[in-house]
Design a protein around this ligand. Structure first.
Ligand SMILES: O=C[C@H](O)COP(=O)(O)O
Length: 250
């Protein structure tokens, strides 16, 4: 079956994610196998820093060198510790990370300490050098649209390449309401920062909601992997299941 265009776009924008509590090289090999089974290669594999080498080797072995390796720092807690951010990013770059997903110190924001937030974000930006930086707002913890917009603007002004909703580890994951606020902040600042929806997105229908909001606020041509990502640990299987539905039992 040909892959319908909307599913092709979801896969092309996918950060295929494995951020378990005790991932092993075998888990990452399975993730690479899954990437290789997809009809369209994902934009990136998103793994813990200690799994970067396994991801790189696994992708190379399967002819998927074009898939970027993203990793997480300041994750999942989002401490207000610039030195820790620098240290983790240096290690990740040394291991071969190509994209950095860094958690914004959201508790400092809730404590009305934007300077502490900015100090961390600047450290992330500087330590990442030319690598794309995705700042994870942990929108489900921010409590209001006002705080989500404030976090979005701080991250955008600190040089984020993407703002990302969630770690997938909080009580509330990505929501269309948070995405609307974040994408509006991106639109209001010229559309140069990208957007990543992540956390709790399990079906193509859920993912399509985020595509629709981005296309409405920024235009359909904006929704490409350079500006738009979906981070998900189980979306790819759901896409494959839609492409090859199991025959009904006799
Ligand atoms: O960064 C991506 C998230 O951790 C993925 O969350 P998920 O496991 O709920 O898909």
């Amino acid at each position: 079956m040909d892959t319908p265009a909307p599913l092709r776009r979801l896969l092309a924008c996918l950060d295929l994610t494995r951020l378990g509590d005790a991932d092993t090289p075998a888990d990452i090999a399975a993730l690479c196998d899954l990437a290789a089974r997809l009809p369209v290669a994902p934009a990136a594999l998103c793994v813990h820093p200690e799994m970067i080498t396994s991801a790189r080797d696994g992708l190379l072995r399967r002819g998927l060198a074009g898939v970027a390796i993203a990793t997480v720092v300041n994750f999942p807690d989002g401490a207000a510790d610039p030195a820790r951010c620098r240290r983790e990013i240096q290690r990740a770059r040394g291991a071969g990370a190509q994209e950095i997903d860094a958690v914004l110190p959201w508790r400092a924001l809730l404590d009305d300490d934007p300077d502490a937030v900015v100090a961390c974000l600047m450290a992330v930006r500087e330590a990442s050098g030319p690598l794309p930086v995705k700042v994870i707002l942990e929108s489900g913890e921010l409590g209001s649209a006002t705080r989500i917009r404030e976090a979005s603007l701080l991250a955008i002004h600190a040089g984020a390449d993407f703002i990302k909703t969630s770690t997938g580890k909080a009580r509330v994951h990505a929501t269309p309401e948070a995405a609307e606020v974040m994408l509006q902040a991106i639109a209001d600042t010229g559309g140069r920062c990208g957007f990543k929806a992540a956390g709790g997105i399990r079906t193509p229908e859920e993912a399509a909601q985020y595509v629709a909001i981005a296309a409405r606020l920024l235009g359909p041509l904006w929704v490409t992997p350079t500006r738009f990502r979906i981070g998900a640990s189980s979306l790819a299987e759901a896409v494959l299941a839609q492409l090859s539905p199991k025959p009904p039992e006799a």
